[in-house]
Design a protein around this ligand. Structure first.
Ligand SMILES: NC(=O)c1ccc[n+]([C@@H]2O[C@H](COP(=O)([O-])OP(=O)(O)OC[C@H]3O[C@@H](n4cnc5c(N)ncnc54)[C@H](O)[C@@H]3O)[C@@H](O)[C@H]2O)c1
Length: 338
């Protein structure tokens, strides 16, 4: 298939491009490099032995998107471009409606104009909000609690509505739980400048000594060790989920949504312990009071993904931490050489 990957210079997009190339698809990327790394195309080519072009384009520019689709003859689109930080979305809701919904409408309009019928969309477990029942299935109520989650929910609704109006469309929304880890080559991973918003990059910066200590928000929750629980899943497993989804879309139509998680919840203290083992560094932390709005426990029931697209998370927590650490060390070495 000829696949357009939006957000291809980003964390999940670059890994997805690699897995699509490994699976024999022809991949073109698009990214405005607001977050993505320039030069990542060379690393993807190094890993796969195949060149990839990543167009430098803002997806909110509808006429540029039209030109790209008019000339690309794509069979499918994997749409990952957008912003992803829950806390930032609470502070700047307009940014999230602009970056997430604002990138999606032009690409869907162009897909309609140029007859691209297969689409995979990058959604998130934040569409479920604070779950009342665990594990979370795809039938769990969709009650996002942040602007970020609302944008994902709104886009899913739009995609479902499109499939009703155009029955020939085949669209799958993948609700990722908590992607961590990196490519085993050490070339691709989550690039984070400054103070990270996400747990894993933060822990890694404490392990390297760039940040003095990690903050655990709340150790008095009703969980075995008192800290919050999430479903961490290796980014390469997530990337492979897109390959499975695209292949499944070839033989079906309509809209569906699938959870991509391991089905196993891990506490913050468990992750700190796993990172200490993987990095051989102490990783000091301090406990602060609970943060408003943090869900206590979030983990997936991934059964439907297994049944519908034959996907199952394969990599262990130890591999997630070891791969993330390898990337962190390699990327700080590259940074100090440049
Ligand atoms: N990483 C996570 O924890 C996580 C969890 C659930 C869902 N997601 C979703 O997965 C997708 C990818 O996330 P990621 O972790 O790779 O983030 P990322 O920031 O690394 O990648 C997103 C990419 O989109 C690009 N982009 C942003 N706005 C754009 C625009 N207007 N035009 C073109 N490109 C644009 C950025 O430059 C970046 O390279 C996002 O939609 C995110 O919401 C991520």
């Amino acid at each position: 298939m000829r696949v357009l990957v939006t957000g291809a210079a980003g964390y999940i997009g670059s890994h997805t491009a690699v897995e699509l190339l490994h699976a024999g698809h022809h991949v073109t990327g698009v990214d405005d490099f607001s977050e993505g790394r320039r030069g990542i195309d060379a690393d993807i080519a190094r890993i796969t032995g195949q060149p990839i072009e990543i167009h430098d384009l803002d997806l909110r520019d509808a006429s540029a998107v039209n030109v790209l689709l008019a000339t690309g003859h794509f069979d499918a689109i994997v749409h990952l471009a957008g912003r992803k930080f829950v806390g930032e979305s609470v502070r700047e809701p307009l940014l999230y409606f602009d970056r997430n919904i604002g990138t999606t409408v032009p690409i869907l309009q162009a897909a309609q104009t140029f007859g691209v019928q297969q689409i995979v969309f990058s959604s998130s477990c934040t569409v479920y909000g604070n779950p009342t029942h665990l594990p979370i299935t795809e039938h769990s109520p969709l009650v996002p609690t942040t602007p970020y989650g609302f944008t994902k929910r709104a886009i899913e609704q739009l995609l479902a509505d499109l499939c009703v109006s155009q029955p020939e469309l085949s669209i799958m929304s993948l609700r990722y739980f908590n992607p961590i880890g990196a490519h085993e080559s050490g070339l691709l991973g989550e690039e984070v400048g400054g103070i990270p918003n996400n747990l894993m990059p933060f822990l890694m910066k404490v392990a390297t000594g760039e940040l003095p200590e990690f903050t655990v928000f709340g150790d008095d929750y009703d969980t075995p060790d008192g800290t919050c629980i999430r479903d961490y899943v290796h980014v390469v497993d997530i990337a492979r989920g897109h390959v499975r989804a695209l292949e499944a879309l070839e033989t079906r139509s309509g809209f569906s949504a699938l959870n991509l998680g391991t089905g196993v919840g891990r506490s913050v203290l468990e992750i700190i312990g796993a990172c200490r083992a993987a990095t051989s560094h102490d990783i000091p932390y301090q406990v602060h009071p609970r943060r408003d709005g943090d869900a206590v426990e979030v983990y997936a029931d991934p059964q439907r993904a297994a049944e519908e697209i034959g996907w199952k998370a394969e990599r262990t927590l130890e591999e997630m931490c070891a791969d993330h650490w390898r990337f962190t060390v390699a990327s700080s070495r590259r940074g100090s050489m440049s």
